[in-house]
Design a protein. Structure first.
Length: 289
């Protein structure tokens, strides 16, 4: 446990500034307004951006690369629906052995670049027996069962407050934007996401516990990123692709290959939904006459 609260030799703000300087040396055409984190099997969205510029994580200081299949490891800049965005094409996870401060460094970098709204996507296990693989769920709240938080340790008041209110961790207006874009043509679920550390999938007993606690989906990411973003005053939305039903609900054994395959099958719908959401959210800041 002590490793989780060890003090990094370089202050957080300095690390973020070093990452940002490395990005700005690329002379980006436009500063991003919206950030998107693309989870397992969902990275294809970044390749649809216009004026796309990819920066491998390995070329940016303090930004770790994932070794998990389906997380290609690029910071992608471009435009969607005419809105300048930055996408993380893949993320790192606690179960890979990264400290929590490294897990959230990418989204903190987005905030340091001036992004004020971020969408987090993930592949998740469904906890509702009536749901099906391929369902899409707008996250309304979460359970942090990971045992760690990126806010532990010394706080930098310049980045955010010591004690962060999480009453509205997931912005209601950003959730409503998804519902408006989906309309009657794209079915959307809504529910609570439980974050567990992984990498093992949950046991049937753990699934029963999570359902009793009020969760509708379970995964191994997202929650630390939400905490870090809210700490820095960024509005957050999250979208889960239900790629499998959890242990004890599904009749088959679980595998990462299944997760990626289901996410790929929902690619076209996800592209449509994400593009529409960006267009709608990007219009929030339009000057009103």
């Amino acid at each position: 446990m002590s490793a989780e609260i060890a003090t990094h030799p370089i202050p957080l703000a300095q690390r973020l500034d070093e990452t940002v300087r490395a990005i700005l040396r690329r002379n980006l055409a436009r500063e991003p307004r919206i950030g998107i984190v693309l989870g397992s099997g969902l990275g294809a969205f970044a390749d649809t951006l216009t004026h796309l510029e990819k920066i491998p994580y390995a070329e940016l200081p303090h930004l770790p690369s994932s070794a998990v299949q389906g997380h290609s490891g690029h910071l992608c800049f471009g435009e969607a629906a005419g809105i300048p965005v930055v996408c993380m094409q893949g993320r790192v996870h606690l179960y890979e052995g990264h400290p929590v401060e490294s897990v959230v460094h990418g989204v903190r970098t987005m905030a340091r670049l001036g992004v004020r709204r971020v969408l987090l996507t993930n592949a998740a296990g469904g906890l509702e027996p009536t749901w099906s693989p391929g369902d899409l769920m707008v996250v309304t709240d979460h359970l942090n069962l990971m045992g760690v938080s990126p806010l532990r340790g010394p706080n930098d008041d310049a980045l955010g407050p010591r004690f962060v209110d999480m009453t509205r961790a997931y912005d209601v207006r950003l959730q409503e934007a998804f519902k408006e874009v989906a309309g009657a043509s794209i079915p959307l679920r809504a529910g609570v996401y439980a974050g567990l550390p992984g990498p093992s999938y949950e046991t049937p007993a753990e699934v029963r516990m999570l359902r009793a606690l009020g969760a509708q989906a379970v995964g191994m990411s997202t929650v630390p990123e939400v905490l870090a973003l809210r700490h820095m005053g960024v509005e957050v939305a999250a979208l889960s692709c239900i790629t499998n039903l959890a242990a004890g609900i599904s009749a088959s054994l679980l595998s990462h290959a299944e997760v990626e395959e289901v996410a790929r099958r929902r690619r076209d719908t996800l592209l449509l939904l994400l593009s529409g959401w960006i267009a709608k959210v990007g219009a929030f800041d339009a000057v009103r006459s």
